[in-house]
Design a protein around this ligand. Sequence first.
Ligand SMILES: [Zn+2]
Length: 253
Amino acid sequence: MNEIALNRAALGSMRDFMSRTVRAFFATLTSTAAIGRFRTCLACRQPASAILCPACARASGLHPNGGKPHAGDGLARLSTVYHCAKYSGGGDLAGRSPLVHCLHQFKYGGDRYAGRELGRLFAGLLGRLSVRFSAVIPIPLHRARLSERGFNQAAWLARAAARTLKTEFLVRALERTQATQAQQTLGAVRRRANMAGVFRARRDFPKSARLLLVDDVLTTGATSEDAARALLEAGAGRVDCAVLLRAVAPHED
Ligand SMILES: [Zn+2]
């Protein structure tokens, strides 16, 4: 081997060494950052190994070590409604459980880290169900609301769930055709009237399709019911729904 070839070989191995060192450096940086985020509970800032410390998980109605989502009563057009936890009292979420606090940080504070972790929590629970869904479909926001918020919280949860359930994620299967009045300010009857005919399916489904609708919160169910109507009219045989939080009247708690 002549001198030029030797120099080339030395340069090559030095380049390999440098790229390995840079990759190792960034890998350490990334894992340290991830561990760093996991050191505090998102709600109380106490040390934690997950999004919520065991005390906050318990206070939110979540089993600290996971467990299955609860399969609650269905509604007229929804066969089963799965929820990770309940929350009591009206549409006002402020100051409720630690899980509600995390959802607020994501939904209204735009905290993407909280969003990813809530998605992971939601998907982890749904992954324990022994049910096969044909596809996972998020409740869409109206275009105006989506551009104002910049993201659809239901789509983040649905995407994580679809990945874990190894099923299709159909983010555009439904369209919200009207911008509706904020549901929090309305009673149950007016919520239904407010939501009637708001959703439209953008594709057809075979009768064999068992679809899972996903939303962050279910209060009266008026929103999910109208979305289910649109999917059933598009041919789907069955529509279930999964939410992070399901509202209950205080006396049901
Ligand atoms: Zn905590």
